[in-house]
Design a protein around this ligand. Structure first.
Ligand SMILES: [Zn+2]
Ligand SMILES: [Zn+2]
Length: 440
C-alpha cells in the first residue's frame, strides 16, 4: 500500500500532460480540439471537488458549481431536483433522439489517507460521530467528466442530432433512514421532465488499469439493502446467566446461522448472495449480561427474483434462533438499491462504440460483482447501460489497488480522459454525425 501511495503522488504530478494514447480519433477534428482544450479544466474541477467533498444530500457547493457551469454553456438548467441534484438539457442543432447521461456527486464519511496536494481535510458529523469526508468512490471524477462532456457537446451543438440530458445526482451512497436515495428521488421528482430518453448511460471509477473500460450485459452489480436486527434479552449478573437471557450469545448464534443462508440455502451460481454483519452493539460492562443487542448488516444479491425468498429466510433464521433461546428478535430491512442489469441489445451497441473510440483491447468484460449502485433505478423506465472506467496507475494490479471506499482510494487522473472519450463516444453513437455507422 506504501508503493501505491508513492505512485499516486508521482502520477498526480505528471497529470498535467494529457494522455495521447489515442493516436487515431473517432471524433471530428472540431470535437477532438474541444476535448483537448477541456482536459485541463476537467482536472481542475475534479481537484476542487476532491478538496471540498460533501456528504449525501449536502452537495450544495458542488451542485452550485455544476449549475453555474451548465448555465454558462447555454443549457436549460433545473436545480433542487432531489434536494441538491442538477439537470441540464442540451438541444442539438439537428433533430434526433433523446438520451441521458448520469453522474453522481456525493462523498463518503472516510478520512483521506492519500498524500495529495489537494487531499481532503474536510470533517463533518455522520450518525452522530465526527468523521473525515472524502471522495473515496471517485464521484468527484464522475461530476468533472460529465461537466467536460457537456462542454464539448455544447461547443459542437450543430453536430448534435438530438437532445442530451445531463443528470447530476445527489446521494448515491445509500438512502438516509426512512428516505429515498438520490436516483429514486430524482425519478420521483420527474428528472426528465417531458423528455423521454431512449437510453441512459452511467459510468464509475474502478480500480482496474487506466485506459480501459469494463462492461458486461446482464447482471453487473448487486442489489443492496440494509438490515437492522434487535435481539431482546433479560439483564442479569454475568455469574448467573441462568437467571436471565443472554442476547450476546443469541446474537452470535444469529450471525453464524445467517451465514448458512448464502452457503447452504441459496443457489450459489444462479443466485449469489452475501450477508455481512458490520456492527454489533450490546452491553456496557464485562460482568453484566445486557438487556438487548443491536446489529446492522448489508444484504447483497444479484438475481432480482431472489429477493423476497432471501428476506423470508433471513427473518425466519433470526426469529427462530431467538425463539430457541426463549426470546425474540426483530429484523427490519431498508431497501437501498436493486441490481444493475445491463440490457443485452443496448449493451452490445455501447460496447461497439467504446471499442471504436478506445480500441478493442481496452474494452474489458468481467463477472458481475457484489457492490451496488443506485443507477439501477435509471434502468427501470428505459434501457440504461452502466460501465466502469479503470483508474489505477500503470503497474498497480487490481489486487494491490485500494478498493472504492478505502481511505487510500486513488484515481490516476489521466484515466479521466478515457472516461470523457468513453462517455462522448456512447453519446455520439446515438446523437452524433456518425451514428448511421453505429448500428450493430
Ligand atoms: Zn461508493
Ligand atoms: Zn460510487
Amino acid at each position: 500500500m506504501k508503493i501505491v501511495g508513492k505512485l499516486a503522488l508521482v502520477a498526480a504530478l505528471l497529470v498535467a500532460a494529457p494522455s495521447s494514447a489515442q493516436t487515431t480519433s473517432v471524433f471530428s477534428a472540431g470535437a477532438e480540439s474541444a476535448i483537448q482544450s477541456v482536459l485541463p479544466r476537467m482536472i481542475a474541477w475534479r481537484r476542487d471537488f476532491h478538496q471540498h467533498p460533501e456528504l449525501s444530500y449536502e452537495e450544495v457547493r458542488t451542485s452550485r458549481i455544476v449549475a453555474a457551469h451548465l448555465r454558462s454553456l447555454g443549457l436549460e438548467v433545473r436545480t433542487g431536483v432531489a434536494q441538491t441534484g442538477v439537470v441540464g438539457v442540451l438541444r442539438g442543432g439537428r433533430p434526433g433522439p433523446v438520451i441521458a447521461l448520469r453522474a453522481d456527486m456525493d462523498a463518503l464519511p472516510v478520512t483521506e489517507e492519500v498524500d495529495l496536494p489537494f487531499a481532503s481535510r474536510v470533517r463533518a458529523t455522520y450518525n452522530g460521530q465526527p468523521v473525515g469526508v472524502m471522495h473515496a468512490c471517485g464521484h468527484d471524477t464522475h461530476t468533472a467528466v460529465l461537466m467536460a462532456a457537456a462542454t464539448v457537446l455544447s461547443q459542437r451543438r450543430s453536430e448534435v442530432a438530438g437532445t442530451v440530458i445531463f443528470v447530476f445526482q445527489p446521494s448515491e451512497e445509500g438512502a438516509p433512514a426512512g428516505g429515498l436515495g438520490g436516483a429514486q428521488r430524482m425519478l420521483h421528482e420527474n428528472v426528465f421532465g417531458d423528455l423521454h430518453p431512449e437510453v441512459v448511460y452511467g459510468l464509475h471509477a474502478w480500480p482496474t488499469p487506466t485506459g480501459t473500460v469494463t462492461i458486461a450485459s446482464g447482471p453487473f452489480m448487486a442489489g443492496a439493502d440494509q438490515m437492522n436486527i434487535v435481539v431482546h434479552g433479560r439483564q442479569t449478573h454475568g455469574a448467573q446467566p441462568h437467571r436471565g437471557i443472554d442476547p450476546i450469545v443469541v446474537s452470535s448464534e444469529i450471525v453464524q446461522a445467517l451465514q448458512t443462508i448464502p452457503s447452504r440455502q441459496m443457489d450459489a451460481v444462479r443466485s449469489p448472495v452475501i450477508i455481512t454483519i458490520g456492527s454489533i452493539h450490546g452491553g456496557v460492562r464485562y460482568n453484566i449480561i445486557p438487556d438487548r443487542v443491536e446489529m446492522q448488516g448489508t444484504i447483497r444479491y444479484l438475481n432480482p427474483e431472489t429477493r423476497d425468498d432471501l428476506y423470508a429466510r433471513i427473518r425466519r433464521t433470526v426469529e427462530q434462533v431467538a425463539a430457541s433461546a426463549g426470546t425474540t428478535a426483530e429484523v427490519t430491512i431498508q431497501h437501498n438499491a436493486i441490481p444493475v442489469v445491463n440490457p443485452s441489445e443496448a449493451t452490445a451497441r455501447t460496447r461497439m462504440a467504446l471499442a471504436r473510440a478506445l480500441g478493442e483491447q481496452n474494452v474489458l468484460t468481467d463477472q458481475p460483482n457484489m457492490v451496488a449502485e443506485d443507477f439501477a433505478y435509471f434502468q427501470q423506465g428505459q434501457p440504461g447501460v452502466f460501465f466502469f472506467y479503470g483508474v489505477s496507475p500503470p503497474g498497480v494490479s487490481v489486487a494491490d489497488a485500494a478498493p472504492n471506499h478505502s481511505p487510500r482510494f486513488f484515481v490516476n487522473e489521466p484515466a479521466m480522459e478515457t472516461a470523457l472519450r468513453a462517455i462522448l463516444a456512447v453519446t455520439l453513437d446515438r446523437v452524433g454525425p456518425a451514428q448511421e455507422a453505429a448500428s450493430p
